[in-house]
Design a protein. Structure first.
Lengths: 1019, 452
């Protein structure tokens, strides 16, 4: 066991611990801080980010109010770079007691909080989304803080004063002495002499001896104290918060009423955080969010901002307030919000231990000051606190000087953080080609620095440092990138094996998932489906070697359901249900005369295939789509059946056999409805089309290819373009994986290491090309277009040649040209004398775009047309009892006469003989879900079914082998793919079943599109 | 979820919620394909949009390279209003005073087509010589950053509105009795609104190509409409796409004031310039946050010219008998601003009515000019590179001319290929038997002489 000695040991790397450490170090103590995870992993990293003016406590807790405003002023001075000076409003909504405003004003006056009443017009000019029914508005000096940055700044300052911090050091127990050995609980004369810790990274125990231990473990302080036999009555109070995906307010909004649930809306960086609930929990590790909490926050949000419920929610999380109470109180919000400092020698007769707990983020510095004052007293020295005098330095990459800083600098005002700083920095350096997390604008260098210079040990630590993965896509694009960088930086030093990188990647996906889980509806659900397409279907990270989760993984939530407090309405059970019919009212007439053709709704693989097949029979096909479809996201291969059943460990070797089995097991599967024969026909007809278009797809139904993904996983697929099948892993020929310097979507060393770990011979090289170095942006499309040029291919070949070695084949990202990929492939192969293959990765998918383009061309050449920008919003049916435009399918299976689309300033109608719905279900946006649990098919309001019964809609993990049950819902069809109406056919992912997990996404799209196109054509 | 009036959310920025970061827009953007200084629609719109705050200085620079072609909006599977977000971000750059003086001056010059027309058209012969003089263009490039090679169409010898006043006897309008709008001097017949139509000619028809307007008037009158041309300003789109929102607002307010009385009576408003009609329908109200009743009425009553004809066709009221054949094979490019109406391609469907006319459809994304974009020195080359696939298409289809609905696109096609280009309405007017003008006249006469 390792031993360490120090003067003072601080337990807990939250705001308080970091503040105490800095204060100790500044007063000349030798100090060490241990944190069981990363800094701010606990409550500090899970609060709403409000720097209180004190207004919130003005009436209820004047002492706390006074403390808040004093500290507010100090923090603005010492850490302006962590603070955004948003100001705050207290607003009286129609739901609030109008009498409270006057006591609020009086309370503020007494506490010394500067408050002014703002006219409602002025309020709305500043915050146009606020409810215009708000009757009064008061401006206070609230602000938004970045608690990550603040803790880092404190720790950095402490380090300069020679303090040490150890993260991922979990305290096992306090070390105590008394009569020369560890003492019993009852011994009143024991002494704490340090702590025994578990170093999670090295997986070893470390004993840290100290003259004095400061227990700053927040909500966990009770657990720490208990290990030394000291009882600290912490009552963990869980507070749930929800983040709106964009910053809908630029001012902190408080309801002007007695502090209660869901009455604060804080602009925090790019999002707005709505908080909070207050639930007493037995265990501080109880972070799980209950559905009623989410509903409550939505409903309360709606009272501040009309339309709040309809906005996209990014994530929900909970922090656990460390509320301290010697005697019991009924509602934890009534417990004082002032802090508690316990001298255990005095209180419990246990020397060497001080506990600082409770309090608020806003008063962390004052808590630290009081703590260290006591430390001085204990250690018999007299040193003055200076933490309020010395300004904390902005060291973090986030706080670089930027040109958008206001002239406040010139006026001698604090240089507060501004929302636009990151964008301004990227813009100034034209660094948009360097982005790793595109949502939060975290650049490559930022991520690299957190790994090489900082303490980042997991992707989640990188997130806390640079906000990686905190935007709307929640890691959809940056998880692979960050893992690739982590691998590249750590593999040579032996810090991390590829298995560990894979585990880190999966950890991060799961960490993001648990916060998204409570808000999975609407766009966030669609986003998750896209992320699933990327990580499960295309990259196949679930089958990458290594443990499913690492030791450092964020801990799963302790699922102890909190009892619902009285007075809250019962939450609607989040079950899939049919939405209520929404009549659209009278539509505009017309549309006759030209409706002889087939209208296909949706331009993914299914829709385009259907339109192409229909036009083969001489039918005029018109594709109308809101935008382009999943072709642009997928692998560009045709997966017919990859894993059967879903969650099987081994990939399907012979899809034909397993399809036959599937047909027997599941007679409603699209393959069963359409039949094996038609599947053969559809595949060969499509292969024929691709061949004629100069982009042949190879493969056959009786054998799956095993092709490497961009992450180095082994993907089973049935048909692959010629640009890919040289990568087939049935062959053991050695591979060289080639990446490009400056291209952040593909990490050759990561992919090669994974292939190697699975027993394939693979090496990697990243080539530097002068023609790319001069570019500001090297993305997939840049490369795709560059490979169309012979001069570029020549340059690539020259750069790769010295690295060929024994490689028999070369793997590239899937970017080998858009116009003539086969020509580009042949050209490269002849230049290099090796076979070459592409590996599919992050969207946009160049191979998918090739399929899209050739299908669109085939439709247009056959006299059909493809229109985008048109969203179908309803239909006209022949049922005269229905309103002219209705979403309700007529019971008798009537006919659709026209569909209605949104157009500039009015609706447009599209009449046809037959309609094919190919809107892609959850992924494509054809099915929309709502916060109340409803799911709706958007064009015709078709009923949605799932063929398998499941209790829940979601799994606790993102990568659960069985997939998320919700995605099995879809439209149920007759044998000829019709549903609801006699002239409506449903194809592709709009059908019921989870084809993404089955790895039959393209197969189902293709065969159902083909069959429907044939059926309509036959009429 | 949708309301019968209009389904779009009113604040374009709020649609960034809909973005799932899928990169479809990046793969389709014609500017990003040729210019690295533009980081792409996803970055410029929904990503950067999260870092733009109402009460802080604009952090933007690169968004200025967005041409506003709206291809991103069209391909987006989630309805993110990227182009609008970009336009409003540019407004904030302009408002924060970050646009260099010369560029701002230049933008204000080329975006004020109406002012330019009013000043230069009366001296058309001189103005045309000056605009085509390479020395003068060299000077305007070095002093005003107006690309010296960009094509300026010649001013017409006579304005469209003048022709209108001179050829249509005021009698017909004096017959329009009854109510008078307090703000202007328009009289409308109260009972027969169905047979009236308002024509919005736009600046191109007014100052440069009055023959396009004449062709439209001929067709409308041949279909029994009484055409009304109320006083009108520039639609304001050039100003909107240069971030000069205040000036654009004045124009649009004037137009709404002038057009609303007709819209209120249910009289349709139609125009041959697809970008003007789009601006009236959607761009101006959305970008300028104008959501009042009159603006909405005007928007709802505005139709693209061929959209209007197609509606007539659908109810059997478009004259389609005895159309003269036009035995030509022509390449047709539907402009981005036309696609953005999201109504399919009505012009194509109307042209298909013309016997013997063979239309080859272009599937190129954008001509590159994007209104005033291609006139700027720093963007001229981008504009030409964006247009290259279209130029290739036009040259590939071959002469004698190309067909395109939007004026600046037509000029760009002519500039990029050397081939004349005409508006589809000219073809229909010729098929109706009206005397063709301009490039079409030459071609048809030449054909006629060949036949003879």
């Amino acid at each position: 066991m390792r031993q360490l000695d120090t003067e003072v040991l601080v337990i807990g790397g939250g705001a308080t611990g970091a503040g105490v450490l800095r204060d100790l170090a500044m007063r000349g103590f030798e100090a060490v801080l241990v944190e069981r995870r990363d800094l701010t992993y606990g409550t500090t990293g899970r609060f709403h980010g409000l720097l209180h003016s004190g207004g919130r406590y003005a009436v209820k807790d004047p002492g706390a109010a006074r403390e808040c405003i004093q500290e507010n002023r100090i923090l603005r001075r010492i850490m302006p770079h962590c603070i955004e000076d948003t100001g705050g409003f207290f607003v009286c909504t129609p739901w609030d007691d109008p009498g409270y405003a006057d006591s609020f004003l009086e309370g503020c006056r007494v506490a010394g909080i500067l408050v002014e009443e703002a006219p409602i017009g002025r309020m709305l000019a500043e915050e146009p989304l606020l409810d215009p029914q708000i009757s009064r508005c008061f401006r206070v000096p609230d602000a938004a803080v970045d608690s990550f940055a603040a803790a880092h700044a404190n720790v950095a300052s402490a380090r300069e004063y020679k303090a040490d911090i150890f993260t991922y050091y979990e305290v096992i127990r306090l070390l105590t002495e008394g009569g020369g050995r560890r003492t019993a609980v009852s011994d009143r004369s024991s002494a704490v002499v340090g702590a025994l810790c578990h170093d999670l990274v090295k997986d070893e125990q470390v004993a840290i001896h100290a003259d004095l231990v400061v227990n700053a473990a927040g909500a966990w302080a009770g657990k720490i104290g208990a290990s030394a036999g000291v009882e600290i009555a912490i009552r963990p109070g869980k507070g749930a918060m929800i983040a709106v995906s964009q910053r809908i307010v630029n001012t902190v909004i408080n309801r002007c009423k007695m502090p209660s649930d869901g009455d604060i809306l804080v602009p925090a960086h790019t999002v707005a955080v709505m908080g909070t609930t207050d639930v007493q929990v037995p265990d501080p590790d109880s972070f799980a969010i209950e559905p009623w909490e989410v509903q409550l926050l939505l409903e309360e949000g709606e009272k501040i901002i009309p339309g709040f419920k309809e906005m996209r929610m990014l994530r929900a999380w909970a922090g656990v307030r460390p509320l301290y109470q010697e005697t019991r109180a009924e509602d934890s919000r009534d417990i004082t919000r002032s802090f508690v400092l316990l001298d255990h020698q005095e209180r419990d007769g246990v020397s060497g231990l001080i506990t600082i707990t409770s309090g608020k983020w806003t008063t962390y510095r004052k808590m630290a000051e009081a703590t260290v004052d006591l430390v001085c007293e204990k250690l018999g020295v007299k040193r003055e606190c200076r933490t309020h005098l010395e300004v904390l330095q902005a060291k973090d990459s986030r706080q670089r000087t930027v040109d958008c800083r206001r002239s406040s600098v010139d006026r001698g005002l604090p240089r507060y953080h501004l929302l636009g700083e990151r964008l301004a920095r990227i813009e100034k350096h034209e660094a948009y080609g360097q982005l790793i997390c595109e949502c939060e604008l975290a650049a490559h260098a930022d991520v690299e620095r957190t790994i090489t210079e900082g303490e980042a040990k997991t992707l989640d630590d990188i997130r806390r440092d640079v906000r990686l993965g905190m935007g709307p896509c929640q890691g959809g694009f940056c998880t692979l990138r960050a893992a690739g960088i982590l691998h590249q930086l750590t593999v040579d030093s032996g810090l991390c094996t590829v298995e560990e990188t894979n585990a880190a990647l999966r950890d991060f996906l799961e960490e993001r998932w648990k916060g998204i889980l409570p808000v999975l509806w609407g766009k966030q659900l669609q986003q998750e489906r896209l992320n699933e397409l990327i990580y499960v279907n295309v990259l196949d990270v679930e089958h990458l070697p290594g443990p499913r989760a690492s030791r450092l993984a964020a801990q799963p939530y302790a699922l102890t359901p909190s009892p619902r407090p009285a007075g809250h309405p019962p939450s609607p059970l989040p079950e899939l249900a049919l939405s209520e019919a929404e009549g659209l009212g009278e539509g505009k007439g017309g549309g006759g005369g030209r409706g002889e053709g087939v209208v296909v709704i949706g331009a993914g693989l299914a829709g385009l295939t259907a339109a192409w097949r229909a036009s083969q029979n001489g039918r005029r096909a018109k594709v109308i789509a809101k935008g382009w479809g999943a072709t642009h996201w997928g692998s560009g291969c045709i997966d017919v059946l990859g894993y059967h059943p879903i969650g099987a460990r081994e990939p399907v070797a012979n899809p034909e056999e397993d399809v036959q089995r599937l047909i027997k097991e599941n007679p409603e599967h699209p393959y069963a409805l359409i039949g094996l024969e038609e599947l053969h026909e559809a595949l060969s007809a499509f292969q024929e089309l691709c061949r004629e278009s100069g982009y042949p797809l190879s493969g056959a139904l009786d054998r799956n290819w095993l092709l490497p993904s961009a992450a180095g996983a082994v993907r089973p697929t049935c048909l692959a373009p010629e640009t890919m099948f040289a990568g087939d892993l049935h062959s053991d020929e050695p591979m060289l994986i080639v990446g490009f310097e400056g291209y952040h979507d593909f990490f050759p060393h990561f992919a090669a290491a994974n292939l190697k770990a699975q027993g394939f011979e693979a090496r990697a090289v990243t080539i530097e090309l002068p023609s790319l170095q001069s570019r500001r942006r090297v993305d997939t499309m840049t490369l795709g277009r560059s490979f169309d040029l012979e001069v570029f291919r020549a340059e690539v070949a020259e750069a790769v040649k010295p690295h060929l070695g024994d490689a028999a084949r070369l793997g590239f990202p899937a970017v080998l040209g858009l116009k003539n990929p086969i020509g580009a492939l042949r050209d490269l192969e002849s230049r290099l004398g090796r076979r070459i293959f592409e590996t599919p990765g992050l969207p946009p998918s160049v191979p998918g775009i090739r399929l899209h383009n050739l299908l669109v061309k085939a439709i247009q050449e056959a006299g059909g047309s493809v229109y985008n920008g048109m969203e179908v919003t309803g239909a006209i049916t022949d049922d005269r009892n229905q309103p002219a435009v209705s979403r309700q399918p007529s019971a008798g299976g009537g006919r659709i006469e026209a569909v209605q689309t949104e157009s500039a300033s009015r609706f447009a109608l599209h009449a046809a003989q037959e309609f094919i719905l190919a809107t892609g279900g959850f992924l494509g946006g054809g099915v929309k879900t709502y916060s109340n649990g409803y799911a709706q098919e958007m064009a015709f309001d078709l009923p949605l079914y799932s063929l398998t019964q499941s209790e829940q809609r979601f799994q606790a993990t993102f990568l659960h082998p069985e997939g998320q049950p919700v995605f099995r819902f879809g439209a149920r069809v007759e044998a000829d793919l019709r549903a609801g109406y006699e002239n409506l056919y449903i194809v592709g992912s709009a059908l019921t079943g989870d084809f993404l997990r089955e790895r039959s996404l393209e197969g189902v799209a293709l065969v159902s599109g083909y069959a429907a196109g044939k059926n309509v054509g036959a009429k | 979820m949708t309301s019968p009036s209009h389904p779009s959310p009113r604040i374009p920025e709020l649609t960034l919620d809909q973005c799932i970061k899928c990169n479809i827009c990046v793969s389709a953007c014609p500017v990003v394909a040729v210019e690295d200084r533009f980081p792409g629609p996803k970055y410029a719109g929904p990503q950067a949009g999260r870092f733009r705050g109402a009460r802080q200085p604009s952090p933007d620079r690169s968004v200025d390279f967005c041409s506003g072609c709206r291809v991103c909006n069209m391909v987006c599977p989630n309805g993110v209003k990227i182009a609008e977000m970009n336009a409003r971000a540019r407004r904030d750059i302009v408002a924060s005073g970050k646009v260099p003086f010369v560029q701002r001056l230049r933008n204000n010059l080329i975006a004020r087509t109406e002012l330019l027309g009013n000043l230069a058209q009366p001296i058309a012969p001189i103005a045309n010589i000056l605009l085509s003089n390479s020395i003068i263009r060299g000077i305007t490039e070095s002093t005003l950053s107006i690309a010296k090679d960009a094509y300026f169409p010649p001013f017409a010898p006579q304005r469209f509105s003048r022709w209108w006043r001179e050829t249509r006897k005021p009698v017909s309008r004096r017959n329009l009795v009854s109510r008078q709008h307090p703000k202007n001097k328009i009289r409308v017949h109260p009972r027969s609104s169905a047979s009236h139509v308002v024509f919005f000619h736009g600046c191109a028809t007014e100052y440069y190509e009055p023959h396009v307007g004449r062709a439209a008037i001929h067709i409308l009158e041949a279909n029994g409409f009484e055409v009304i041309i109320p006083p009108q300003n520039c639609c304001g789109l050039p100003l909107l796409s240069n971030g000069e929102f205040q000036a654009a607002r004045r124009y649009h307010e004037n137009n709404v004031r002038s057009l609303a009385p007709y819209a209120r009576r249910g009289i349709p408003i139609t125009g041959t310039s697809t970008s003007c009609t789009l601006t009236l329908k959607e761009e101006a109200p959305e970008l300028l946050d104008m959501h009042d009743e009159d603006t909405r009425l005007v928007a709802e009553h505005t139709y693209d010219f061929h959209e209007f004809l197609l509606q007539l066709l659908d109810i059997g009221k478009l004259v389609t008998e005895n159309l003269s054949p036009i035995p030509l094979r022509l390449g047709y490019h539907q402009p981005c601003q036309y696609r953005a109406h999201r109504i399919g391609s009505p012009a194509l469907e109307i042209m298909r009515l013309i016997p013997e006319l063979q239309i080859v459809e272009s599937h190129a994304d954008c001509c590159g000019i994007a209104g005033t974009y291609g006139y700027k020195k720093e963007k001229y080359e981008i504009s030409m590179a964006v247009g290259q696939p279209l130029f290739d298409f036009v040259l590939d289809v071959g002469g004698p001319m190309a067909v395109c609905d939007s004026e600046t696109c037509r000029w760009q096609i002519t500039h990029g290929t050397g081939m004349p280009s005409i508006h589809p309405v000219e073809l229909l007017a010729a098929a109706y038997g009206f005397e063709p003008e301009g490039a079409l006249a030459e071609v048809l006469h030449h054909q006629l002489s060949l036949k003879v």
